[in-house]
Design a protein around this ligand. Structure first.
Ligand code: HEM
Length: 127
């Protein structure tokens, strides 16, 4: 008990600001916007739940949706290495604009990079 987690350091308010800014950037990104719904309200709500538990907070995502099985849940979408890079570039930008201090920011980004690579389920199209 009283355990310090990334979530408890970052705090709910900052985490929610991060996710809202992230999806604003996603909606403006030409490689990402085509595979996301126009209305990102529900997507952002689920991502707030997921990142809360991913960063050591309460298991909000699992309580409502069951085991995350993130790779399986992403299978309906074509996730190429370029799309993973695009996702990470939006996240890097959102993190930069959010008041999370180093070295925590870098640690969060590295964990998300690892997870994003894991979501890749398709090759980039040959040019
Ligand atoms: C859902 C794309 C990486 C967490 C989604 C959706 C898309 C998507 C299109 C569906 C949105 C909707 O219908 O509401 C991508 C792409 C990624 C990526 C292109 C690039 C690698 C990640 C990563 C995480 C993540 C790294 C976690 C850190 C989620 C969650 C959902 C979601 C929690 C909601 C799942 C649900 O419906 O319950 N993603 N994603 N995604 N993504 Fe990703």
């Amino acid at each position: 008990e009283n355990q310090e987690t990334v979530y408890s350091i970052v705090g709910e308010k900052t985490l929610h600001e991060l996710v809202d800014r992230f999806y604003q950037l996603v909606s403006e990104h030409p490689a990402l916007s085509p595979i996301f719904p126009d209305d990102l309200t529900e997507t952002a709500r689920k991502q707030k739940q997921f990142l809360t538990q991913f960063l050591g907070g309460p298991s909000l995502y699992t309580e409502e949706h069951g085991h995350p099985m993130l790779r399986a849940r992403h299978m309906p979408f074509t996730i190429t290495p370029a799309r993973a890079d695009a996702w990470l570039s939006c996240m890097a930008q959102a993190l930069k604009e959010t008041p999370i201090d180093e070295p925590l920011r870098r640690a969060v980004f590295e964990r998300l990079s690892y997870t994003a690579r894991h979501m890749i389920n398709s090759e980039d199209k040959p040019s």
